[in-house]
Unconditional design. Structure first.
Length: 562
């Protein structure tokens, strides 16, 4: 039955309006507040990043200036001459990671010498400089070097010391910040007054020309005013902040794409929409629950459920409404019918399980479940093949090992024998102490029962090698089996009482198999002519004739050649 007039539709419009309008109003207000806060936070964040890069750059530049000034002082000291002065200069350069060489020029600006760290790849030095030069920028392979020039004896210069300071550490700092702390697509770089990019988080852009915009129209003017600036690019796609450097005619620039800078606004809008939809859903659910609580048919359903709880599965209810209550009533009626049928099935399965508790064979289980097995006491004559497998010298074994170990080994042995018998289509009859009895040909007929029995016996002995390896390792014990197999006619059926019975085989065929097992040596399979004549592909060795029981005459015995 389908719902034609659902109750939630009667209250949905009012409930949605009451829930959605306040949620939307609050959401819009939160978006506006978040937008203002986000703009301020984004600007402050960009300026903090710019300040970080500026501090790192200026700190390194100041250290390099001090080192170059110290080399100038050493060169201007008349008391330091010869190899001692050179060694002191090399030590000083080695202590400062920002300075890897110095070039020495005379008072006319002509090159005198270069002192550099070992292993540093440097461009050839300039042969001359203009004494008035203070700083310049060199670019090579996307790597910038900033020149620092200090006079020797500033009062009356006798020469000049020049060092080209690598900016690779500042460039790495900018790249790390852009990758780890900045939104996707952001850039951090340093631009000088000549609109040259000295440092860039993308090293391939180092040395390229910067294109001024409305935020950074004139680097030199910003440096002179020493005022940071922030703004939005004319294209409306990038937010830019600038921090002038105090030691150099340059500034740190931080660019952040607008879409990533204000990404949280989009998240806020999605959140508002989600909250509004949840409010609408909750309002609709509340209306639905309220409508159900007010319906009279629920009283009849409650009474019906109480009958079901009392296991009266024959009860039914009638609800004529066309809404969800009517659908629920129909579903409960179906459930009651299914439960009634399940109860009958459970009772039937209990009877079957009681019968199954008397059997072990898989074929018997299938026959009993299908109600094909005769449950009366008695049996019928059947052509079967019987196998007995017994543990040799079990009594001394029990005297030497703990009972728990004996039980564990027997359980493992019997489990594997059972699986092998089942694998070859046999029935495990019983476990007699340390002996297993199994047979083939009943309850299911088997035209190749003798071959299946011998195959199972061979596989049991093969598996025993694996089991013995483990038992010898764990318990220092080796298990040996003696196996007897015989084919013939026996009475197979239910033996026992009306309350407890066994499905087993009885007869001279069984006795002969048991006697063969008793005659067999360890790891030997003995059988009779009746079994040998039914199989092919096996080799047998005649062992002679043996008396089997009182007044039973002699039976020709054969050993299966493994």
């Amino acid at each position: 039955m389908s719902v034609k007039r659902p109750m939630w539709m009667k209250l949905a419009a009012v409930s949605i309006a009451l829930a959605a309008l306040p949620a939307a109003a609050v959401g819009i207000g939160l978006i506006n507040i978040n937008a203002d806060t986000l703009r301020t936070d984004s600007r402050d964040f960009r300026l903090v990043v710019a300040e970080d890069i500026a501090s790192s750059f200026e700190g390194e530049l100041q250290q390099a200036q001090r080192t170059v000034a110290a080399t100038s002082h050493i060169l201007g000291n008349p008391e330091l001459v010869g190899e001692g002065r050179v060694a002191l200069l090399q030590t000083l350069i080695g202590l400062d990671p920002s300075v890897d060489h110095i070039d020495i020029f005379d008072k006319d600006g002509l090159l005198i010498d270069r002192i550099a760290e070992d292993g540093v790849d440097l461009a050839p030095p300039a042969q001359s400089i203009k004494p008035g030069d203070k700083e310049s920028v060199m670019f090579a392979a996307n790597k910038a070097r900033l020149s620092i020039t200090v006079p020797i004896r500033p009062d009356s210069p006798t020469g000049y010391v020049v060092s080209h300071i690598p900016l690779n550490r500042v460039q790495k700092r900018a790249a790390d910040i852009a990758a780890e702390r900045m939104p996707k697509g952001s850039h951090v770089y340093i631009v000088n007054g000549a609109n040259q990019i000295l440092v860039h988080d993308d090293i391939t852009k180092t040395g390229s020309t910067f294109t001024p915009n409305e935020v950074i129209a004139d680097i030199t003017q910003l440096v002179q005013k020493h005022v940071a600036a922030s703004g939005e690019s004319q294209a409306g796609t990038t937010l830019t902040s600038v921090k002038p450097l105090s030691l150099l005619n340059a500034a740190v620039v931080v660019d952040v794409p607008l879409e990533f800078a204000y990404a949280s606004l989009a998240d806020m809008r999605r959140l508002v929409i989600t909250v509004t939809l949840i409010a609408i859903l909750l309002a609709a659910m509340a209306a639905f629950v309220s409508a159900r609580l007010l319906t009279r048919p629920l009283e009849r359903l409650s009474e019906f459920v109480r009958k079901l709880a009392a296991r009266d599965f024959t009860a039914r209810t009638e609800v004529s409404t066309k809404d969800e209550v009517g659908v629920l009533a129909g579903a409960l009626n179906d459930a009651a019918q299914n439960l009634d049928e399940s109860e009958a099935q459970i009772r039937k399965e209990i009877e079957i399980r009681t019968d199954l508790s008397r059997y072990l064979s898989r074929d018997l289980v299938e026959n009993v479940v299908a109600r094909e097995q005769d449950m009366n006491l008695g049996g019928k004559h059947s052509e079967i093949t019987v196998m007995f497998a017994d543990v040799v010298r079990f009594t001394p074994l029990c005297e030497r090992l703990e009972p728990e170990i004996i039980v564990s080994i027997l359980n493992e042995l019997f489990t594997m024998i059972t699986e092998i018998v089942f694998k070859h289509g046999g029935t495990v009859d019983k476990f007699i102490g340390d002996c297993v009895m199994a047979f083939w040909g009943a309850p299911r007929e088997d035209k190749h029962q003798a071959a299946h029995a011998l195959a199972a016996a061979e596989e049991i002995l093969s598996w025993l090698e694996i089991g013995n390896a483990r038992w010898m390792k764990n318990h220092n014990v080796k298990i040996e089996l003696a196996i007897g197999v015989n084919s013939g006619t026996a009475i197979v059926g239910n033996i026992g009482s009306t309350t407890r019975m066994e499905y087993t085989a009885v007869g001279n065929c069984v006795n002969i198999a048991a006697r063969l097992e008793a005659l067999a040596r360890p790891l030997q399979i003995l059988t009779t002519q009746s079994t040998c004549s039914q199989v092919s592909g096996y080799e047998f060795m005649r062992m002679g004739e043996e008396p089997i029981g009182a007044n039973q005459g002699l039976v020709e015995v054969f050993e299966v050649i493994l």
